[in-house]
Each structure stands twice: as C-alpha cells, then as structure tokens.
Design a protein around this ligand. Structure first.
Ligand SMILES: Cc1cc2nc3c(=O)[nH]c(=O)nc-3n(C[C@H](O)[C@H](O)[C@H](O)COP(=O)(O)OP(=O)(O)OC[C@H]3O[C@@H](n4cnc5c(N)ncnc54)[C@H](O)[C@@H]3O)c2cc1C
Length: 416
C-alpha cells in the first residue's frame, strides 16, 4: 500500500480544522493537536460573518490621520492602552506603510483570489458532515446614521464592489423592510445580500473536528512547545514533551504562531487584536441577518443560542486579562440599534485573539526555507471566512492538484 503522507496540524481553531479536513479528504494521515478542545478559543466567539466580499484591508489610504484618535480615544473602535504603545508601535508603523494606494490595490486583489468562493468551501465541508443548517444566507446589513456617515466608508465599499461584491444602498424605508425594529438613529443602510453567516461557530468547529476523525484523523489535546527539525527540514513537533514525527507540519496556532516560528529564525509581525462578545439568550428582538452599526463596526448577529454582539479592537497582547470596559461598549452599540433590547440575562463577556498582520493578509502556504513546514495563520478579522478557502488551498498545494491561486502574496517570506 502506498505511504499516506503524515501531516501534523498545530492548532484546532477554525483554520487548523479546515486545513485538517481538506488534507484528510485528499488522503493525508492527519494528527491535529491543540491544548484546548476544537474551536474553543478565538474561533468559538467570533461574530459568525462569512464575508467573502470583504477584500478591503484595514489600513486604507488616509489611515495615518486616524492613528492619534486610535491612541487617545478609549471608546474608539480601536483602542491601545498606553502601557502597550511601545509594543504596538512597530506593528502600527508597518500598518500605516501598507496603506499606500498601490499596495492597497495589491492586497485587495490577493484577498479577492483567496476568499473567492469562501462560503462555498464552508458549505462543501458542512454538506459532507450533514450540517448545512449551520449557515444562513440572509446577507449582512450595515447601518449608517446618514449619507455623510456612509461617505466615510466610500473607498472601502468601492474597492469591494470592484472585486465583485454586490451591495445595495437603502433609505430608511429600505432598512425597515428588511429589519423593522431598527432604531430611527439609522437612516441609511448598505445591504450586502450575498454574504452569509454561521449560526454557531463553536458547533461548526466541532462538526469539522468530527469530520476529520470520520476520515481517520486523530484529534489530540496537548501543548506544542517547539517544532522539530533535522537537516534543515521540519520533521514534527514536541507535544507535551514527546516528539510527534510528521512528513509535513501545518502551523495554524492563531495569534500564538509567531512564537513557534521564532526559534527557526523566522520573524513575523503578528499581533493579537483582542475582540469581545456578549451573548443575549433572550434579547426580545432578533434580526434576520448580522447588523453592523457603522459607528464602531460591532456585529449584532442572530445565532442559535441568542443574539451575539461582537467586535471592538484592543491591543494588549495574549497574556493581559480582559478589559470589561471594552466589552461594555458592545451594549452601547446594541442600544443604539435596539434601545428596546432586554439585556437582563446577558452572559459574562468573552474575549478572543484575532491573529493580525499589518498588511491584512494571512500567511498561507509552504515555507521556502524550511521544507516540511506550512503556515496557515494570521487571518485577522476574517478568520472564519478565510478558513475554508485556506484549508482547500493548503491541501491542494501540498497534495495536488496544483491550486489556481497564486500563494506568493501570502508567503511568510514577505516579512524577511
Ligand atoms: C470578536 C471577534 C469577532 C470576529 N468576527 C469574525 C467574523 O464575523 N467573521 C470572520 O471571518 N472572522 C471573525 N473574527 C476572526 C476569527 O474569529 C479569527 O480570525 C479566527 O477564529 C482565527 O482562527 P485560527 O484558527 O487562526 O485561530 P484560533 O481560533 O485562535 O485557533 C488557534 C488554536 O491554536 C491553539 N494553540 C496555540 N498555540 C498552541 C500551542 N503551542 N500548542 C497547542 N495548541 C496551541 C490554540 O489553543 C487555539 O485553539 C472575529 C474575531 C473576534 C475576536
């Protein structure tokens, strides 16, 4: 019998899970390892939006003017506590440099190629696992106070439209037709009818983990302390102090990935953008689709277990405790859209770590200098969306057939 390639996937967040699923389907012998259960970290708590059309990077031209506000406004969409300024500065500097118009165009093009068909990839996995009910296809609705407020986002919507995203601008009557209970504070809407959402990101992760096992893969709990190397090749990883050998290792450890690369001499400017959510099991109002009040761009998403208000961006690293004041802002965002919402049984706030690179592009594909090593991390604000396509492309690049997508914009080498 032909030798099945042994692939060790480090990290069972949604990205590692989708890589493991597509690799198992392509015939690999999979070991997936995580110190926690599948999808229990950042991937459990996101806003659920599957936004294949979101190709505009976070650093758009003109971002430099916004940085002082970001640093000084504790209630702004992005907050950096003063103690973290020195650590955040080099990342922010690179972020600002990525906002050149020609670079923004390149990034959007690369994201458009990677994210093309993102929802189809999720549906492909969930159909095979008998869980198509996890995805809803009712679009997403962005809410603006007035036309001037919408105009601030013109450049980023234009870029998305250029890459094929369908959008419709709505007046107040148009908003009410879709979502009759939205407050009068919002008079202009932007409806993106072709974007979908997950009704339960944690259940989705668990379904995929079961799929990996169904195809013969092993899903293990364990802490990975180091990647193993021999003759300048990556040959496995140390899991709870014991070697686990593999022909290929896929590093999908989210915001923790850079730590495992550093001993190989690979430096990656990966930062956690900490985000929060609050769940309301019985809010008394329920939209049909994610609503995004554009003030701070929080998502208000209808899910199986209630209404989830998710968002805010905070720098502060992976070790500092959550900041209740940031989470509380989410209830302010909700109150602007639904003043009537019942928040009495709100669950305690949740925090997760978006793995973010300054150019808003993930690192996906083989590492040229280290045969045997593959990366799949850094999807930032779009990790649920990008996980399906990233998994499909990694499996195809490793085991064939050769993918159509050009992986060079996503190489870890771009930071050398
Ligand atoms: C508030 C919020 C809202 C969001 N909304 C959306 C959205 O609507 N749509 C969207 O597309 N994206 C969204 N995102 C982003 C998305 O959730 C993330 O990009 C995605 O979950 C990252 O997945 P991941 O698998 O790369 O990382 P993770 O989910 O963090 O998984 C990495 C895993 O690696 C494990 N790990 C790390 N180091 C080790 C080690 N040394 N040994 C063993 N295991 C290790 C961790 O335990 C973890 O389980 C949101 C994020 C947040 C925080």
């Amino acid at each position: 019998m032909e030798h099945k390639p042994r692939v060790l996937v480090v990290g069972a967040g949604i990205v590692g899970l989708c890589c493991a699923w597509y690799l198992a389907r392509a015939g690999a012998d999979i070991t997936l390892v995580d110190r926690d259960g599948p999808g229990e970290g950042t991937s459990s708590g996101n806003a659920g939006a599957i936004s294949a059309g979101s190709v505009a990077p976070l650093a758009m031209p003109g971002v430099l003017k916004q940085v002082p506000g970001m640093l000084l406004d504790p209630k702004g969409a992005l907050h950096i506590p003063a103690r973290y300024w020195p650590a955040a500065f080099p990342w922010l500097w690179r972020f600002v440099l990525e906002a050149r118009p020609e670079r923004v165009a390149e990034i959007a093009q690369a994201l458009a190629v990677l994210l093309h068909g993102a929802e189809e990839r999720h549906l492909e996995i969930l159909k095979a696992e008998g869980a198509l009910d996890l995805i809803a296809h009712n679009g997403q609705l962005y809410l603006y106070r007035d036309a001037q407020h919408l105009a601030k986002d013109d450049a980023s919507w234009a870029l998305r439209r250029e890459h094929g995203m369908e959008t419709r601008v709505l007046d107040r009557a148009g908003i009410l037709e879709l979502e009759p209970e939205v407050s009068a504070a919002y008079t202009v809407g932007l409806f993106a009818p072709r974007q979908g959402h997950s009704l339960n990101p944690l259940r989705q992760a668990r379904v995929i983990a079961r799929g990996v096992e169904r195809m013969g893969g092993r899903v293990l709990r364990g802490n990975v302390s180091a990647l193993m190397t021999q003759d300048h090749r990556v040959t496995g990883a140390m899991v709870d102090g014991a070697p686990v050998a593999a022909d290929h290792v896929v590093l999908a450890a989210g915001a923790w990935s850079a730590k495992l690369l550093a001993p190989l001499g690979i430096r990656v400017p990966l930062e956690s953008q900490r985000g929060y959510h609050i769940m309301l099991p019985h809010p008394g109002v329920m939209p049909r689709r994610p609503l995004v009040p554009a003030d701070r761009k929080a998502f208000i998403t209808p899910m199986e277990e209630g209404l989830r208000i998710a968002g805010t961006v905070e720098f502060g690293g992976t070790e500092a405790p959550p900041n209740a004041a940031r989470a509380a802002l989410l209830l302010e965002d909700l109150a602007k859209v639904y003043p009537q919402a019942d928040i009495r049984d709100a669950k305690p706030h949740w925090m997760g770590h978006r793995p973010c690179l300054p150019d808003s592009l993930p690192v996906v594909g083989p590492v040229r200098e280290w045969p045997g090593l593959w990366c799949a991390f850094g999807h930032g604000h779009l990790g649920l969306t990008g996980s399906g396509p990233a998994g499909a492309v990694v499996a195809a690049a490793m085991l064939g057939p050769t993918p159509n997508a050009d992986l060079s914009p996503f190489g870890v080498e771009r930071f050398a």
